[in-house]
Write a protein that binds this ligand. Structure first.
Ligand SMILES: [Zn+2]
Length: 243
């Protein structure tokens, strides 16, 4: 990459794409703890820095990742991307194609829970654990609901909440480059504005009943059993495990 210039930057799902002037590109997936910061020369060294780009003006761009769930790729010009996973992503939350009919068509026959389906990046790109809980709370859908038990009305509500909750999150997480560098990209997350996520035992802002937590697909989900009722007869036939 020596001598190359960054010409543009973009995003797909949770992946950052940095385009270089020779048509090649750098793709970064940040995992849980990956951060990318541009630092002045002589900036105090940071533990867990795995990739360093030396920039023309003396600054450096560091990829830092304490837990190392992230990945960095350089895809040469003209080479098809078969490695980053970006090629398998579903539509973006803001795509016009993403409507309730798409969701129902993709998921309506499946028994997977709606919470796990929202985290499936091949269904919708970019939704993570926190924002999926917020979407389900606003749409008043129990995260444990199997997709095949969702009514058309629920798919509609969910499809409306996907872009609006993502937009809300982007707005609330807005931060200046200076603040980002000061916190080294990680000490800015403020969850005061989250209504459901992280609120186990707290009163629901809508009905006052306490939030509960359940684990779905290995991830914690926070929800209000009163506002987000489980569908009836979810608990079923002999031999089937209750949810
Ligand atoms: Zn409630």
């Amino acid at each position: 990459m020596e001598g190359r210039r960054f010409v543009s930057a973009g995003r797909r799902g949770k992946g950052l794409i940095l385009n270089l002037d020779d048509g090649s590109r750098i793709v970064i997936r940040f995992g849980m703890t990956g951060q990318l910061i541009v630092v002045p020369d002589g900036f105090p060294e940071e533990k867990h820095t795995h990739v360093v780009f030396d920039l023309e003006d003396g600054r450096h761009m560091w990829y830092i990742d304490p837990r190392m769930f992230g990945k960095v790729w350089h895809i040469p010009s003209g080479m098809e991307d078969t490695v980053t996973g970006l090629q398998k992503l579903g539509p973006e939350p803001f795509d016009g194609d993403l409507d309730w009919k798409y969701l129902k068509g993709r998921l309506g026959n499946r028994s997977v829970t709606v919470k796990e389906a929202l985290l499936d990046q091949s269904v919708v790109a970019g939704i993570g654990n926190i924002w999926s809980d917020e979407m389900l709370f606003r749409a008043r859908i129990c995260p444990e609901t199997p997709c095949c038990r969702m009514s058309d009305a629920k798919w509609r509500k969910l499809a409306e909440q996907i872009p609006s909750v993502m937009e809300f999150g982007i707005e609330k997480n807005a931060i200046t480059p200076e603040e980002y560098l000061k916190g080294k990209g990680r000490e800015y997350y403020d969850i005061d504005y989250l209504e459901a996520y992280g609120h186990e035992g707290d009163p629901c802002p809508r009905c006052g009943k306490p939030f509960v937590r359940s684990v779905l697909g290995g991830r914690s989900s926070f929800w209000c059993p009163h506002c987000q009722r489980k569908p009836h007869n979810i608990l079923l036939k002999d031999g089937m495990k209750p949810l």
